[in-house]
Write a protein that binds this ligand. Sequence first.
Ligand code: UGA
Length: 430
Amino acid sequence: MFARRIVVVGTGYVGLTTGACLASLGHRVVCSDLDAAKVARLSEADVRIREPGLPELVREGLAAGRLEFVVGSASAVREAEVVFLCVPTPMGADGSADLAAVEAVTREVRDLLPHGCVLVTKSTVPVGTAARLRELVDRPDIAVVSNPEFLREGSAVHDFLNPDRIVVGSDTQDAAERVAALYARLGAPTVLTDAASAEMVKYAANCFLATKLSYVNAIAELCERLGADIADVTEGMGFDRRIGQSFLQPGPGWGGSCLPKDTAALLQAAESVDFDFPLLRATITSNERQRERMVDKVVEVCGGSLAGSRVGLLGLTFKAGTDDLRDSPALRVARLLAARGAELVAFDPGLRGDERDLPEQVVLVDDAYQAAKGAAALVLLTEWPEFRTLDWSRLAELLDGPVVVDTRNHLDPDVLRRAGLTWRGVGRPT
Ligand code: UGA
């Protein structure tokens, strides 16, 4: 397989991971971004995104001369064989994905692309976007390909280099095959399809995962009411290969920068073609309810009211291993607790303390012990592994009320009980 001259537009977590990983596969990659300061930093291998393995890959790519960072895409694309669009597609006012950045870049580069170049959408874009970009480019020699990413934040490099599958869709078969060939070394199953189907795979997969979680969270609630244990129930379900063990962990609801955005966008897309999708709507609304259920648990253990009570929070990021607060269920729960009058003191090992998105009612402290001091209850919201090995006897002494609400079923109830604490999980006997 020959090394390709690739341009990646946008150096967010998808673009930077894509660029650095493609360079590690032997391709020559130029990553472009509008932010000159960021380009200067990345050119020095200064990576500010928290992704294990990414700084190393960027450093190796730069040193080997296979990876380069430039400001703006105009000059970069003139020699490209393949251009990946990795710019943000945030949620627009009506829930659909906002394509302004994707379209702006396409307009900027369309007349500059060399003959036979392939334009690839990597960002999550609505079904029909490739067709729309083809019209916008309006050049018969330029093919548009959809190649959605399935990277999880916090394990993006691992996921890129060990993919479950590669999905490539285009209405030009040859272009799809050329893009698929970029990944040949990974030896992953490859689905070659048309552009609309590739775009749909991404939404269908993320919405399925969200539905799986909403379902598990509802079953956990039922377990609580009917006296079953969700940990054993999901274990028993997961051995069925058609279900699988992963993505069955109940929690305070699913969040992050992808699942909420993609569920809203697919629902909006369904509405736009007069398709009623109650299943997906229920997936979203029951996720909202899940956060409220967590708040109800805290209110209950605090004796029915939170007014004036201090509550300690363990974790604020949307999942462990990231510093990302976007659409974090933990933050939603925090806001709801604050609305009930609680005073909140939080610790999160992923945050530095200079975050701007924190609700003003949350005081961030440097460790779990400060978060527990004088609190009526301690609430675990994010599954950071280090929370498992906290000194629970010390925490029991510091807490005002000896209760831990574990919204992720992350802690060992026996350890907590031995420390004299009451443990309240989700869908499990107390
Ligand atoms: C998700 C998908 O998993 C990726 O495949 C996809 O590429 C990505 O979105 C995207 O569209 O870019 P990510 O948002 O990084 O990845 O996060 P996940 O690890 O999927 O977790 C999503 C949410 O579900 C988190 O709030 C997490 O805590 C929650 N979750 C996950 C559970 O509550 N229980 C589980 O068992 C798993």
